[in-house]
Design a binder for this molecule. Sequence first.
Ligand SMILES: *[C@@H]1O[C@H](CO)[C@@H](O)[C@H](O)[C@H]1NC(C)=O
Ligand SMILES: *[C@@H]1O[C@H](CO)[C@@H](O)[C@H](O)[C@H]1NC(C)=O
Ligand SMILES: *[C@@H]1O[C@H](CO)[C@@H](O)[C@H](O)[C@H]1NC(C)=O
Ligand SMILES: *[C@@H]1O[C@H](CO)[C@@H](O)[C@H](O)[C@H]1NC(C)=O
Length: 344
Amino acid sequence: MKTFKAFWFFSFIVLHVFFVKVDGVKSLVPALYVFGDSSVDAGNNNNLITHAKANIPPYGIDFNNNATGRFTNGKTFADFIAIKLGLPLQPPYLGISKSKRYQVITGINYASGACGILNDSRDGDCLSLDKQIEYFTSTVVNDLPKHKHLKNKYELKDHLSKSIYLISIGSNDYFLNYLKPEIRTYKYMNSEEFADYLIEQLSSKIKAIYNLGARKFVVGTVNQIGCSPNLYCNETINQMVKPCSDKLLMKVKEMEKKFSGSMFVSANGFNFFNKIKNDPKKYGFTNISKSCIQEGIPCANRKEYYFWDFGHITEAAVEIYANECFSGSKICFPNVKKLALVHL
Ligand SMILES: *[C@@H]1O[C@H](CO)[C@@H](O)[C@H](O)[C@H]1NC(C)=O
Ligand SMILES: *[C@@H]1O[C@H](CO)[C@@H](O)[C@H](O)[C@H]1NC(C)=O
Ligand SMILES: *[C@@H]1O[C@H](CO)[C@@H](O)[C@H](O)[C@H]1NC(C)=O
Ligand SMILES: *[C@@H]1O[C@H](CO)[C@@H](O)[C@H](O)[C@H]1NC(C)=O
């Protein structure tokens, strides 16, 4: 056991030296792998047949004026977390050519807008969470082992167990499924039962990621979607989705116990919006109810708006959320920095 541990430690040093050399920065973890919906999509949907795309202006106006497919004006939650971890931004899986995939060992983004935890939560073509995991499996089995620093199975195991897995998904299971009157599949479930079902499904999919070697997870689900600009802060809807947010907290504790050697951070977007609602000015916001984009034209004072479009939040809001989640104590339990530094 001792020698095994020593070997792990040694291989970590080797990896670390490698990262310092290649990226010029000292990262806290080897990689960040991103799963989810439009809250963290970095451009996968650019390659799919769907109208849920964000690769045209004004999207990306604060991302070097580059509409990369991110559903906001600037960086996403995943981008801010990557930067704080000392990593480059994760490229979208579908944007990397097949022959180059093995070269990317600082993490890949599999997230896809207009998709959900359930496969039937969708609006056109998108990468369901199952599909995202299928692609991640291919990364682990086919691509990573080709990299010269991950050829040895202990190096690969070390890479996977020390990396962070960010999963941000669930709003579309409500928006595009449970709350849609024309879809009747889940009508026999009340909101508690549907939340239980969703969280159970999410947990089984996370188990699949764990089984491939992942140990450090950050999981966020549904936000206060009732407050999206076109819904005029409908509290009935917020109360319908709240059980999903509440249950996640308990579920991650349970998963941590069940999946040996794992650690989980739950990200509570629901509470985050409460904080903003209670005191918008404290965070620099003057408008937390309307979209910054009006008739296709973005507002000039983008740091003062909470919402960027009909449902996605501005970079200013994302940044506050990411700062809190990375090193605060109220939105993410424990915070991501602790997760990054822990030796499991
Ligand atoms: C825009 O973003 C894409 C994808 O990240 C990148 O390949 C391209 O070089 C960027 N273009 C500019 C002008 O920054
Ligand atoms: C997921 O949904 C899509 C679109 O409805 C369908 O084509 C696909 O077969 C489904 N996949 C699974 C595993 O059910
Ligand atoms: C809030 O949403 C519920 C559920 O969709 C709907 O029945 C209700 O009419 C909405 N309330 C308002 C004030 O729009
Ligand atoms: C919020 O923004 C909308 C859209 O630009 C605008 O019509 C509204 O007056 C703003 N509200 C406040 C309180 O500034």
